[in-house]
Design a protein around this ligand. Structure first.
Ligand code: UTP
Length: 294
């Protein structure tokens, strides 16, 4: 029987050079989607999926993330003085949903190296990985969807999407066969290739932002040599695991935004802005007028 998934790791130590100049002084994970930082959507997705312990892999100049998951006595006092004590309770509840741990990756040696830092936090349990740049809006939280696949097959899971051919070279293409009679769109994954040159891709299925791993990955990661870009690539280690034992691939339901890119940040704000309980209606009205000017 597969073990309960209680832990998640969010790698968020990257420099974010695609978000320059702002990333020099605001961590990209703290950029807002309307009124909440990107990182809060990831942490809430983990808690909404039944996870109790989240480890954020962080780095220098990113302390603002820690402050966000703390109480803020100055605001609490100011709100209480204005007769808005209810808001204090809501803010406190939002940052008290579970345990949020932080650990620094002292050298930025790649996503695989960031995950390796989580070894002692993970221990001998399965764990979800929510890539720090990828915010996904969905009916069922994507981490919960992956946990479902893990429960069904007992193997590590790659969260997948079908990707247009011209975009595949930016992602990791899966060698995958559909699982007959599967409840969802699920595949048996036997290999993968990171950033394939045209013609080298296996399928149009690529990992987008979520995986569920088991601790065996650490033994592989510690022996993984730097790959593309001179970085220790998580996908190189997952490819090795897939060749040895196989993984499950799940095409998840959800709308994914790359918050490490300017376009992704803008699109996420529009998508969430029109649904926002406070400003959604007014923002939609603004947008309807604005698009007429384009
Ligand atoms: P990216 O490939 O987006 O790298 O990392 P980056 O350095 O953050 O961004 P750019 O390309 O310079 O704009 C994918 C995920 O892995 C994390 C990042 O924070 C992001 O969530 N990461 C990457 C680490 O935690 N450590 C690393 O050494 C590299």
């Amino acid at each position: 029987m597969s073990k309960k998934v209680r832990k998640a790791v969010i790698p968020a130590a990257g420099l974010g050079t695609r978000m320059l100049p702002i990333s020099r002084c605001v961590p990209k994970e703290m950029l807002p989607i309307v009124d909440r930082p990107a990182i809060s959507y990831l942490v809430n997705e983990a808690f909404d999926s039944g996870i109790t312990d989240v480890l954020i892999i962080t780095g220098r100049e990113k302390e603002a993330m820690e402050d966000y998951f703390d109480f803020s006595p100055e605001y609490d006092a100011a709100l209480t003085a204005k007769g808005r004590a209810g808001e204090v309770e809501a803010l406190r509840a939002e940052v008290s949903r579970g345990n949020v741990f932080f650990l620094r990756q002292k050298e930025k040696k790649g996503l695989g190296h960031a995950i390796l830092q989580a070894r002692s936090f993970v221990g001998d349990e399965p764990f979800a990985v929510l890539y720090g740049d990828d915010v996904i809006f969905s009916e069922t939280p994507v981490a919960a969807q992956l946990i479902g696949s893990y429960a069904r097959y007992g193997r590590p899971v790659a969260g997948l999407k079908h990707v247009p051919p011209e975009d595949l070279r930016k992602f990791c293409s899966m060698k995958a066969e559909a699982i007959p009679g599967a409840e969802r769109e699920e595949y048996f994954v036997s290999d993968m290739i990171e950033k394939p040159a045209p013609g080298r891709e296996y399928t149009d299925l690529a990992i987008l932002g979520r995986v569920l791993l088991t601790p065996e990955i650490f033994g592989i990661l510690e022996n993984t040599a730097p790959g593309a870009g001179g970085e220790i690539q998580l996908t190189d280690a997952m490819a090795e695991y897939a060749r040895r034992r196989g993984m499950t691939g799940l095409v998840f339901e959800g709308e994914r935004f790359d918050l490490g890119s300017k376009l992704g940040l803008l699109a996420a704000n529009v998508a969430q802005g029109v649904r926002h309980p406070e400003v959604g209606e007014a923002f939609s009205a603004f947008l309807r007028e604005f698009v007429k000017t384009l």
